[in-house]
Ligand binder design. Structure first.
Ligand code: 13P
Ligand code: SF4
Length: 313
């Protein structure tokens, strides 16, 4: 039980949810208690799809800013609130819209595919959005003779390039969490646990992906733990997801992939995702703030490439 001001936080969040006709959406990287009070937990594609279909009046988005912003772009008439407005994303920050616009001027005639981990302003400059779940499918919609710019994650871009055989111009962004996994320490873990499968998110560096038995989005990694006969998994993504992995396969063992630092247990935790806490979740529901707001002209420009992605699925 978690208590604030003498109130059971879980009960109070549940009560407010009814009162507000709110839906709580949470990403797999949120702290376990937030996942446990959420109505729906998913990867970034599933969360966008859920936000598109909800009939709630208030969307409480437990994830990072670009995810909540995508929900708002899809639901201009609804209130979209998030526990901490400062919960950003190093990958989205690595691609400022003005610099991206300049980059696109240097690559005329290219189809622009942007990962959902971008600001609304970058989405507005893009032809179509993708997530790590559907990137290969999205690339397949672009005619073979059209060159492609892919932004902002260069590791996901390189991975998709290898999977699809399509050459793409890559924006050089990275995720601060996924690039810190240590190839050397994962190799050492594999020696100690030769039976273990390595699961990795495609935002990891190539040398880490080369050690992986399964590469995929958060939902794909989660599915793998039930579909695979393996009993032990080394997990090279944000460890928040291990909460759902343990629920899905309680008899199996999950080991966090280590980072480069000397005692780097916590560096695989996304500092942005972890800004959200159950206490801040309750406060934002009480105050209906912080709220995502977006200029209507920008929203409409960012909406079209998101809708194109959702049409592909
Ligand atoms: P998923 O789309 O796989 O959930 O990934 C989102 C993310 O931010 C990965 O770092
Ligand atoms: Fe962004 Fe990386 Fe955090 Fe995902 S894990 S939200 S890509 S900083």
């Amino acid at each position: 039980m978690r208590v604030m001001e003498g109130l059971d936080l879980f009960e109070e969040v549940g009560r407010l949810k009814e009162e507000l006709n709110a839906v709580i959406l949470a990403h797999y990287y949120q702290e376990p208690d937030i996942q446990d009070v959420a109505d729906f937990i998913g990867d970034s594609l599933a969360l966008a799809q859920k936000a598109q279909r909800t009939d709630a009046d208030v969307i409480v988005f437990c994830g990072v800013h670009f995810m909540a912003e995508t929900a708002k772009i899809l639901n201009p008439e609804k209130k979209v609130i998030l526990p901490d407005l400062e919960a950003g994303c190093s990958l989205a920050d690595s691609c400022p819209a003005e610099q991206f616009e300049e980059f696109l001027r240097r690559h005329p005639g290219h189809a622009v595919v942007s990962y959902v981990n971008t600001s609304a302003a970058v989405k507005a400059l893009s032809d179509i959005i993708c997530t790590s779940s559907n990137a290969e499918k999205i690339i397949a919609t672009i005619p073979e003779d059209v060159p492609i710019v892919f932004a902002p994650d260069r590791h996901l871009g390189r991975y998709v390039q290898q999977k699809t055989g399509r050459k793409m111009v890559l924006w050089p962004g990275t995720c601060m969490v996924h690039v810190q996994f240590s190839e050397k320490k994962i190799r050492q873990l594999k020696v100690r646990h030769p039976e273990a499968e390595v699961l990795a998110h495609p935002e990891c560096e190539e040398r880490v992906l080369a050690l992986a038995d399964h590469v995929g989005s958060t939902s794909s990694l989660l599915r793998r733990v039930t579909e695979s006969p393996a009993k032990t998994f080394i997990v090279a993504t944000e460890p928040g997801i291990i909460h759902q992995m343990q629920k899905a396969a309680p008899e199996k063992t999950f080991i966090r992939a280590p980072g480069e630092g000397p005692a780097c247990e916590a560096c695989s935790e996304c500092p942005h995702m972890r800004r959200n806490t159950l206490e801040k979740l309750l406060s934002c529901m009480r105050e209906l703030s912080p709220e995502i707001e977006i200029d209507e002209e920008l929203r409409l420009r960012a909406l079209r490439p998101i809708e194109r992605m959702l049409e592909v699925g």
